[in-house]
Design a binder for this molecule. Structure first.
Ligand code: IFG
Length: 349
């Protein structure tokens, strides 16, 4: 996953990031397109979403957005590398930018206004207003038409301004809207509070709350922040990134098994693993490289190799051997002390 909403990432950045994912045989690009700080995708029936939400970002920069032509260009670019795009429209919270043109649909903790900070949870779409679902329908209809893949991610994370009943009702209404648009819904783990269709996928990120849902047939994506959130600092000295889930070095990103990670969740309940890169603290590709490498290759190996074939001592040596290739590719990777990198310099090229 790439968060292009906290900081807008231009099309060329997204293509270069997709290249690196494909190099490591990642097969899904989860595109986190909307947030409190920015709305990044043109919706033709709702032009004010980008007119008002497309020019803000964390820190007050110019932001930006993708036209539908650019969105389709990225989808084609990913498909050429055998990668499926899963777009995320994060709702009902993380919607401050969505609500800028529609303040009458806000039930958040404060009226919508351009926001360039990094707090979360304060915004919310009003689940009681029918106009809310007209807006969601317009957005979902256009995104579905642009997305050949079977999934639309509705977010659902960090809702602080609604009651349990309001939240569950909203998730179930959006599930209907996405289903009627011919897509399957994905959502962060909190959506498991609602009645989910067996086709709906929950994305685990901070707790084991989604485990119960597998008893009713739900499938999970595992993205444990303490293992695979690429925006977590490597250690206390790392300048970039956050640390709310602790520090995550390469051995942490590699040292876990999705098949046994959650009690009550077996391998058949897990459709895959995903490494989110949130962009509160990254503004450019070099920063993305630094946080994604070398942890992304670790997650790729977990996604593709059975536990019996995974061994840290063996992996760290193979990982070190990739460095000359990364240097030639211009990847600004973190030289983790956990990896036996060859000495750099002309000989080490
Ligand atoms: N949690 C928020 C993200 C982002 C992240 C940064 C999820 C599902 C913390 N939600 O992770 O928007 O702020 O690490």
């Amino acid at each position: 996953m790439l968060d292009v909403a906290r900081h807008f990432m231009p099309k060329e950045f997204v293509k270069k990031y997709i290249d690196l994912l494909a190099l490591h045989k990642m097969n899904t690009f989860h595109w986190h397109l909307t947030e409190d700080q920015g709305w990044r995708i043109e919706i033709r029936s709702r032009p004010r979403l980008t007119e008002m939400g497309g020019s803000t970002e964390v820190g007050g920069g110019p932001g930006g957005f993708y036209t539908q032509a650019e969105y389709s260009e990225i989808v084609r670019y990913a498909q050429e590398q055998y990668m499926m795009v899963v777009p995320e429209i994060d709702m009902p919270a993380h919607t401050n930018a969505m609500l800028l043109p529609y303040p009458e649909l806000s039930c958040g903790k404060r009226p919508p206004a351009p926001y360039t900070g990094t707090e979360v949870g304060f915004s919310a779409l009003c689940p009681e207003k029918e106009e809310t679902y007209r807006l969601v329908e317009d957005v979902v209809r256009e995104i579905a038409a642009l997305t050949p893949g079977p999934y639309i991610h509705m977010g659902g994370d960090e809702v602080e301004a609604l009651t349990h009943a309001q939240y569950v009702g909203f998730v179930e209404r959006v599930q209907d809207i996405i289903t009627r648009a011919g897509k399957r819904m994905v959502g962060w783990e909190e959506i498991t509070k609602a009645r989910l269709l067996p086709t709906t996928i929950a994305q685990q990120w901070k707790s084991d709350s989604a485990a119960a849902a597998v008893q009713h047939g739900a499938k999970l994506i595992l993205s444990p922040a303490s293992r695979v959130y690429l925006d977590m600092k490597y250690d206390a000295a790392t300048e970039l990134g956050l640390n709310w889930a602790g520090t995550v070095d390469v051995s942490d990103a590699y040292g876990w098994d999705p098949a046994t990670f959650m009690r009550g969740v077996s391998e058949t309940d897990v459709v895959g693993v995903e490494a989110p890169l949130w962009s509160e603290s990254i503004k450019n590709l070099s920063a993305a490289h630094y946080l994604a490498f070398p942890r992304l290759p670790a997650v790729a190996e977990i996604g593709w190799s059975p536990a019996a074939a995974r061994d840290w001592e063996n992996f760290r040596v193979r990982l070190a051997a990739q460095a000359p290739r990364w240097r030639i590719l211009g990847i600004n990777y973190y030289r983790s002390p956990q990896v036996p990198w060859a000495p750099e310099g002309a000989a080490g090229r």
